[in-house]
Unconditional design. Sequence first.
Length: 404
Amino acid sequence: MLAGKSIVLCVTGGIAAYKAVELCRLFVKAGAEVRVIMTSAAKEFISPLTFVTVSGNPVYSELYAAVERYDVAHVGLAAEADLFVIAPATANCIGKIASGIADDLLTTAVMAAASTVLLAPAMNVRMYENPITQSNIKKLTVLGYQIVEPEEGELACGDIGRGRMADPETIFRVSASLLARDKCWQGRRIIVTAGPTREALDPVRYISNHSSGKMGYAIARAAAIGGAEVVLVSGPTNLAPPVGVRMAQVVSAQEMREAVMSYFPQSDVVIKAAAVADYRPSTASGQKIKKGGDMTLTLVRNPDILAELGELKEGRYLVGFAAETEDMCANAHDKLRRKNLDMIVANDLTEPGAGFDVDTNVVRFIFNDGTERQLPKMSKTEVAEEILKEIYARYRYKKTRKSD
Ligand code: PMT
């Protein structure tokens, strides 16, 4: 899969360094040429000989040491690389790259890199959540660096929280899709919706739901990696915009409808992962509503954006989601038919690890030709990749827009 690709695997000093060995093995097994850079701190955790053995190449560490292959090691490594992967990426390493500090072989090589750089952060939860680390990650993301988010769980230090380096398999998969960016979706325009909508009651209160946006953002990110021109129409979330994606930030269902409709004529595929509020208060007070006795709210229906797209779709491929708490399959089939969809991704909100505000999902694909596919619990990044693979396989054979 990665035959002929050159990957520079950068290992920094954290306990997750041992997992980088498995990542190196996966790259080599897939046919990549892997060159490993280790910081001096990384060598405290794992011997360079391990990487020499697994990669079949020398390990590079010293900025000024003469090396066999390159006149200037950091420039040579950077010039050859199709991809840089920094795993684990410590808070220190992330901070240095974000600040433009280049004081060792790793940071100078990364600074000289013209290829994509993928970072897999790994650190203590408080270090990860520290606003300095978060702002460094945000800065790097905006600059086009790719991040594989760490996972939640028990950390080596005994603390519990987010900070554990993503699984080597996940980092491998993201690396492979970054390298494959040339690119099955090139020239195609995809609209993705994500997150909740908020329906105002007054200037300080609203009706909404628990959607975090993670599912939709993962789809947008994967589609952009695949070369698509992506517009992400997003309700309010705390997530950083994915690299290379055009953002349309909205708040209410009506705003989401307007944004989707404005991009719809140029689109080829629409994937609606947003949890749109079906109802909104019939009036939104201009001033904060004062406390009094009991209060009755009158709600009115919001537009069903997806059903409207279903009527207008022509040759576009239309994908909806169904978030259900009962009779998932029957309800999803009904939505697929009523909204004239090509595919629906059904998730059962009562299933552990599925649905709102978790990093994983458990989904069932249902297609308009009657076929179905149940997926096991997987990360939302993996679910996103599977959704796009299915669409690609089926959409290729469909007639595209009339204007094509
Ligand atoms: O954001 P996360 O925390 O990662 O959670 C992911 C998710 C649970 C939100 C996602 O996986 C999901 O299931 N999204 C759809 C949730 C939902 O609102 O489903 P629904 O059954 O109410 O709507 C069916 C479809 O119609 C959806 O594609 C929805 O975007 C669309 N819809 C619904 C109502 C409406 N007024 N307009 C719409 O377009």
